[in-house]
Design a protein around this ligand. Structure first.
Ligand code: ZN
Length: 268
């Protein structure tokens, strides 16, 4: 029994065959899927999907590259109200993105400032509601400014908010300051790429209870589906690969990561 802790089921890439996608996941032993929101509309769509399909839970939040689309002054209030819904389990995905250029035509510093404002507001709400957060972080290749700024901000919430740093691709040393504050990381299909040697090392060495599995569907399909549309059933391939790296059985890895996800997202 596995949990795909990060999929974008509201993506239009799934609009034609979502029911089949979820059935294939269940058949592959991926019995629960956390479907991640990236803006207000997308969050609402995810809630609908969670209502429609028993294995699906939803998160709600504003992704750092979507902040310029938010015109509603009551956007944060909307996120708060959604938590009255039993299948909304976290705020996400939120965070900082220094990879993409400003999407609103503003200066780099103003754009980053704005991202931080949205990030902090959503972290404050998570602390107040005592719900976990799903974090997106992306540096420009070879840089670490985004990770450093993120660590500064999240350190202000130590003990009040628990986060997962999704699609983690760095070294264990880079993850350590976050892990030390009680946060988790999660691995996508990138962990199955033969070129991702450093990431294999992270997946091999990280303590068993400090990570979860995800697909980031429809993106990042694992080997042997690389380049194709990714779907939650493929969590199994990533799980099998990481189990092999760690020298444990798939059953053991599934059981530990599922338990971690159940406790992180407070799933019953
Ligand atoms: Zn995502």
């Amino acid at each position: 029994m596995l949990i795909d802790t990060h999929a974008h089921l509201a993506s239009n890439q799934f609009s034609d065959d979502l029911a089949e996608v979820i059935t294939r996941a269940t058949e592959a032993g991926v019995t629960r899927i956390i479907s991640i929101g990236t803006d207000l509309e997308d969050s609402q769509r995810n809630i609908r999907i969670a209502e429609q399909f028993a294995p699906v839970y939803a998160t709600v939040g504003i992704h750092p590259t979507s902040i310029h689309e938010i015109t509603e002054t009551k956007w944060l209030e909307q996120i708060r109200v959604w938590f009255e819904h039993g299948k909304v389990v976290a705020i996400g995905e939120i965070g900082l993105d220094y990879f993409h250029p400003p999407r609103d035509g503003s200066s780099l510093s103003a754009w980053r400032e704005q991202q931080m404002k949205f990030f902090r507001a959503q972290l404050d709400l998570a602390a107040e509601l005592q719900v976990p957060v799903v974090i997106h972080q992306r540096d420009k290749n070879g840089e670490s400014e985004c990770r450093c700024d993120l660590l500064k901000i999240i350190s202000g919430y130590e003990g009040r908010v628990q986060a997962v740093f999704h699609c983690f691709t760095g070294s264990l040393e880079q993850a350590q300051p976050f892990l030390d504050q009680g946060h988790l990381i999660s691995f996508t299909g990138i962990a199955t790429f033969s070129s991702a040697k450093d990431l294999h090392e992270t997946a091999r060495r990280i303590p068993a209870k400090q990570f979860m599995l995800e697909t980031d569907s429809p993106y990042l399909a694992p080997t042997p589906f690389r380049g194709k549309r990714c779907e939650p059933a493929y969590t199994r391939h990533t799980a099998a690969h990481i189990a092999e790296l760690r020298g444990v059985s798939l059953e053991e890895l599934a059981s530990t990561t599922t338990h971690t996800a159940e406790s992180f997202f407070q799933l019953s």
